[in-house]
Write a protein that binds this ligand. Structure first.
Ligand code: ZN
Length: 152
């Protein structure tokens, strides 16, 4: 068995907002829907680091990562993604800037409240490969959590 972990690379920095006072469970669910849509559209596995704002002004910030061996496909398909088809409220989808990595992580996960794996989904499978469609997606287990969290 090859135990080598897949490397995930940051591709997008995203802000998704909703109407005011939306319960955060609703926000989480809507954001997961956006990620599912993007994953299927790009045919790429997505790992999302998510942070949300508690209270009236409900919104989330996300750092989205793809496995490095799917990066070419992501870059190929993402330019035709129309974000307003997946999110009709105010939002911003920007390319991730490596030079701002540390502030992006701090902003998302420290200044905002982290969305944990038990709260809502943080991993999205496009169900593109045959093994994924058969329910045997191997990607989730290969996220190298330690590597992603090295900054802390
Ligand atoms: Zn999969």
């Amino acid at each position: 068995m090859n135990e080598e972990k897949t490397k995930y690379v940051e591709v997008l920095f995203v802000m998704l907002s909703t109407g005011n006072n939306r319960p955060h469970q609703r926000l989480w669910k809507d954001v997961a829907g956006f990620c599912t849509h993007l994953s299927r559209f790009t045919k790429c596995h997505l790992y999302a680091l998510r942070g949300y704002e508690k209270g009236k002004n409900s919104h989330e910030h996300l750092i989205l990562l793809v496995p490095s061996d799917e990066l070419d496909r992501f870059n190929d398909r993402f330019p035709s993604f129309q974000s307003w088809k997946a999110w009709s409220w105010i939002h911003e989808v920007s390319p991730f800037k490596p030079e701002l990595k540390e502030s992006a992580y701090t902003y998302t996960l420290v200044k905002h409240e982290p969305v944990l794996d038990g709260d809502s989904d943080t991993f999205f499978c496009p169900k593109y490969y045959t093994r994924c469609r058969r329910g045997a997606c191997s990607h989730k287990a290969t996220i190298n959590w330690q590597q992603q969290l090295d900054l802390f």
